[in-house]
Design a protein. Structure first.
Length: 191
């Protein structure tokens, strides 16, 4: 009788583990950054960042390939350290931005490449144009946040895009067309 109960318990445990659902995490915008850089005429590298973004990660620790991510941020939250440059970027020369203009990324596939690495393919939408991009991602840490007292995730990711693909190629190739994007995010488990 005991072996039958034990076998039933193991079968139940295996079934529960095999079908665990991804858990929702919300981005912690106060501890997340999206940075970009490009060459300025070959003389220097110009850096910028985005703020005010929001999004969620559906994270499946048992089957990371079944996870997903979606992020969006206001285009006018771009910061480059020089107001005149930011105003020029928002002008018709580049983004022709309105208060409602957004940048967004939605994953379409995740390929696990190591114990804590993955390639995240998704659709990046900028300036009304959507193109597929691949993020080279690293899970920095997963565990309980020491101050918040709940589950937390931390990721870094990087990619390269051509700004001309998104209709903002003015002055290329003199001002670099290739833009390096670096992402570091934290996300808190949803209540």
């Amino acid at each position: 009788m005991k072996p039958t109960i034990f076998a039933a318990a193991i079968a139940t445990l295996m079934a529960t583990t095999a079908y665990s659902a991804p858990e929702k995490y919300h981005l912690d915008a106060s501890h997340s950054q999206i940075l970009f850089s490009y060459s300025h005429l070959g003389f220097s590298t110009t850096w910028g960042m985005f703020a005010g973004f929001e999004g969620e990660i559906m994270f499946d620790a048992d089957a990371p390939a079944g996870s997903s991510v979606s992020v969006s941020m206001p285009l006018n939250s771009m910061f480059t350290g020089w107001e005149e440059r930011e105003a020029h970027f928002m002008s018709p020369d580049f983004f022709n931005a309105t208060e409602d203009s957004m940048v967004s990324f939605t994953s379409t596939a995740i390929e696990v490449t190591g114990d804590n690495t993955a390639l995240i393919t998704g659709d990046l939408s900028i300036n009304g144009v959507s193109k597929p991009v691949v993020l080279d991602a690293v899970l920095n840490q997963s565990g309980e946040h020491p101050m918040a007292g709940k589950a937390w995730l931390g990721f870094n990711a990087s990619t390269k895009i051509l700004r001309s693909d998104f209709g903002v190629g003015k002055f290329a190739p003199y001002v670099g067309d290739e833009v390096n994007v670096m992402i570091s995010i934290e996300a808190a488990k949803a209540e």
